[in-house]
Design a protein around this ligand. Structure first.
Ligand code: C2O
Ligand code: CU
Length: 463
């Protein structure tokens, strides 16, 4: 099914991280624990060793968290990693203090320390959680999990639901995680691409189903940098939500592109004959590969169902007057073949060589390090427009914390679906608009994690 050949494996890299043992001294708050810890996972086929990973609960993926819309989620995060960490709840319109961004919304949670996360979930949908400190390393080692917020009612009629977390690992020949996390070539190019793809931590993921069954598939791209282009075989259906947010009208599912951190909710009907297999297929440069298989058994129902109704909308504040809204520009530059000569770093102009020595190879508005002033300071409730210009030779997945936005389409000024991450192609310009109604300091960065660490990161303040 999925590919794994020795040819695909990169050279074994020297050294693996040392896993220290820690004494327990996390406080007992009574909240359920979410522990980040080293563990092992069977990522590769049986004739390979298990892979040493870092995971929530010591596993890949971490525990699936499921809460009803409007409820609170409370977790005592405990760090058993040999590195400071934390938890970011991606896509949640969250209380700023709970956003989990190290050095910005909280201190990093040091090894053997704990942090109590406690927040309300305003929107139903498919979300996920991951660290926000040395994210390029910690996510590549396996730290992520699904966060599902359930619709109170009006949930679609389905025969089953699967959450599929799509990841891309860089494994050595003995199936261990290559520890070249700070490979500057990756940082300046497409980011850390792997050689082994998993769904929910499995190299070959499959679930038996029945003909005419209707499934809800919640897909999350948890890879550091890989963009997935997906289609189905022996299944047909609809896209019902993007980045957690329901589409007002379900769209036919033909192909869908998932950039890092993006989600799509599909409702699919299994169309093959009993004995066939329905497949979720990933289209890549060197061919098409089955990511997930759904062997089809004898039908439980003779006819399929009618087209699904849209999911109930989430309580997102509608955009104000977009034409009159304050507009700020964000120019994205740098990377390989980008022609950038240098950028501001540490308060002065530095050339690319000096930048690269500090691991900075990209810039936003001519700055390679995190600015100490925000890109924009918005009044609470103000509608803001950000015009982004990708002056690089690479695609980028632009993610805004704490809010969902809509793209203002160039052609006619119409508004795209609510999203928290927008994939921008090389050379592309895109303008987004959102209501800055969530007070606090919020990151705006590329979710190709090596790009973010390499300079594609800025922030906004909502008063
Ligand atoms: Cu999914 Cu700033 O992150
Ligand atoms: Cu990027």
């Amino acid at each position: 099914m999925t590919r794994m050949t020795r040819r695909n494996f990169v050279q074994t890299l020297a050294g693996t991280a040392t896993m220290a043992a820690f004494p327990a001294r996390a406080q007992n708050t009574g909240a359920p624990l979410l522990v980040a810890a080293p563990g092992t996972a069977r990522l590769a086929p049986a004739d390979y060793p298990e892979t040493a990973i870092w995971g929530y609960g010591g596993a890949v993926p971490g525990p699936e968290l499921r809460v009803p819309q409007g409820a609170r989620l409370t977790r005592q995060f405990v760090n058993r990693l040999p590195q400071a960490s934390g938890v970011h709840w991606h896509g949640i319109r969250i209380d700023n203090a709970m956003d989990g961004v190290a050095y910005m919304t909280q201190d990093p949670v040091e090894p053997d320390e704990a942090f109590l996360y406690d927040f309300t979930l305003p929107d139903a949908g498919t979300y996920w959680y991951h660290p926000h400190n040395r994210t390029y390393e910690q996510m590549a080692r396996g730290l992520y999990g699904a966060l599902i917020v359930e619709e109170p009612d009006g949930a679609p009629e389905i025969d089953g639901e699967e959450i599929l977390l799509l990841d891309d690992w860089r494994l050595t020949e003995d199936a261990q995680i290559a520890d070249d996390f700070e490979n500057l070539h990756d940082w300046a190019h497409a980011g850390r691409l792997g050689n082994w793809i998993t769904v929910n931590g499995a190299g070959s993921w499959s679930r038996p189903t029945a003909r005419n069954d209707r499934l809800r598939l919640r897909l999350v791209n948890v890879a550091n940098a890989r963009i997935f282009t997906l289609s189905g075989q022996n299944m047909s259906g609809w896209i019902v939500a993007l980045d957690g947010m329901p589409l007002p009208v379900p769209q036919p599912f033909d192909r869908v592109v998932l950039a890092p951190s993006q989600r799509v909710d599909l409702i699919v009907d299994l169309r093959g004959e009993a004995g066939d297999e329905a497949l979720l297929i990933s289209h890549e440069r060197d061919g098409s590969f089955a990511l997930a298989g759904f062997p089809i058994g004898a039908p439980r129902r003779t006819v399929g169902r009618a087209a699904p109704a849209p999911l109930p909308p989430n309580p997102v504040t509608p955009l104000g007057n977009v034409a009159a809204a304050r507009r700020v520009e964000l120019r994205m530059e740098g990377g390989a073949m980008g022609g950038m000569r240098g950028a501001m770093m540490g308060g002065r102009m530095q050339d690319m060589r000096a930048m690269a020595a500090e691991g900075k190879v990209w810039a936003f508005n001519g700055r390679a390090d995190m600015p100490d002033t925000p890109l924009i300071e918005a009044d609470r409730g103000e509608t803001i427009r950000i015009a982004m210009q990708n002056d690089t030779a690479w695609p980028h997945a632009m993610h805004l914390h704490g809010h969902h936005f809509r793209q203002i389409r160039d052609e006619d000024g119409s508004l795209g679906p609510l999203r928290d991450t927008l994939l921008m192609d090389r050379g592309e310009t895109a303008e987004i608009a959102f209501v800055a109604d969530n007070p606090g300091d919020w990151l705006l960065h590329c979710h190709m994690l090596e790009h973010a660490a390499g300079g594609m990161m800025t922030w906004l303040r909502v008063a």
